[in-house]
Design a protein around this ligand. Sequence first.
Ligand SMILES: *[C@@H]1O[C@H](CO)[C@@H](O)[C@H](O)[C@H]1NC(C)=O
Length: 498
Amino acid sequence: MRRSTIFFVLGLLTLTSLTSADIYLKETFSDDDWEKRWVHSKHKEDLGKFKVTAGEFYAHEIESRGLQTTEDARFYAISTKFDKIIDNTDKDLVVQYSVKHEQNIDCGGGYVKLLPSEFDALSFKGESLYNIMFGPDICGMNRKVHFIVHHKGENKELKKSIKAPSDQVTHLYTLILKPDHTYKILIDNEEEASGTLEEDFDLLPPEEITDPTAKKPEDWEDLAEIPDPDDHKPEDWVDHPATIPDPDAKKPDDWDDEMDGDWEPPQISNPDYKGEWKPKKIPNPKYKGEWKAPMIPNPDYVPEPNLHAFKTEFIGFDLWQVRSGTIFDNILITDDVETAEKFANETFVKFRDAEKEAKKKLEELEKEQDEADDKDKKDGDKKDDDDDIIDLDVKLGDDGEVKVTKPEKDEKEKEKVKDEKEKEKVKDEKDKEKVKDEKEKESKDKVKTEEVKKEEKAKETKDEKDEMDKLLDDLEEELGLPPKPKKEDHKLPIKDEL
Ligand SMILES: *[C@@H]1O[C@H](CO)[C@@H](O)[C@H](O)[C@H]1NC(C)=O
């Protein structure tokens, strides 16, 4: 092999090792197959439903699409499996995803859980064992970013507190955990916290303790000051008594010496009293400072080189939300910090300003709408236009311009008409099918027995019903009908956090 060829091969090897980032999961929710990848838990009946949407305001109709919670006062549990098990023993682990509390969150979780191989997606719930929990959790004034690691049967929380943003725009959360036990937490690509697992979590007992057998030596001087041995009581020092008989007191007129005994004036404090003489204090020349027991290695401390290491095969959202509407997006699990940063640049950073712009536009339109409504009301128009906001369409056009389509005033009427039309269309199609079917039947009848016909008839009725149900479902979804509120919505189940 020629020398230059060897260098070329070496160069290639270096290049590959630089670019061989492992991406365990990259989920952008931009296709229609997400439901094939994500598994809803079935651990209870009334878990909240997720849908994929870009939301009410967004930068890009497709790329801004994410997984949204859609029902108020619900538990949510959904998860997805990686193609292979992540073992971060000798590798960085980077967990990154975005959270958009579009609904103006009052109380609800927004964190992810990294789950081990023994995890069962169908029974996913708050108690399910997890490796790492990471992300925002907001309830009223309490707005924190969790970072919790599982250690020997216990979930241990980061002792530092990190505040989670609670506005309505998208925020990016990044957790970086390294084999040297250091971690870093970024929000919107800015470092919010960093440290080590040993120092910032109560995972291991302290490495050193004070020696419990140590005793203060007898001759230890721990007095900082002593009485000056050279100070003497002055010659003219008079030890006046502390109290004297009150010179102004007079024996009462009705005092009877025989009955009451000898009269004595009451004592008052002596103005001449200087107190007891004491020598002045000087610094103790033998002073050694406060005695402290020496530190010794803690016999209970056993270092754990794999404190950071987990085997992870799933990621999931297990949440409780009061007001729903949070959108999760651009989940990236990788072993490479730079890959995560690049992905952040291509998603979160790229759309950040356009999203804010879209939000502003929406708010302006809402304001206009409100003012128009107020005017309408004054004019005696009692039409209920409360839901119009949902119909506003704001998006970023190909030219980078934010586009807003204003809904027609009588959107609801139109919807109704559309609804009717759609139903008629469905009916027409059904009718046509029937005619067609009947014709087909006629021809087939000639060669079929009565029994076969009966079976077919029964199946047809069922197929027809299924098809009708599906059409109606599709129609409801297309019209974006809000989910029907359930009775127990006002009950707030107790949040199972850890
Ligand atoms: C991300 O964008 C910033 C700012 O443009 C840039 O400095 C940085 O190199 C980018 N990171 C990656 C990994 O591409």
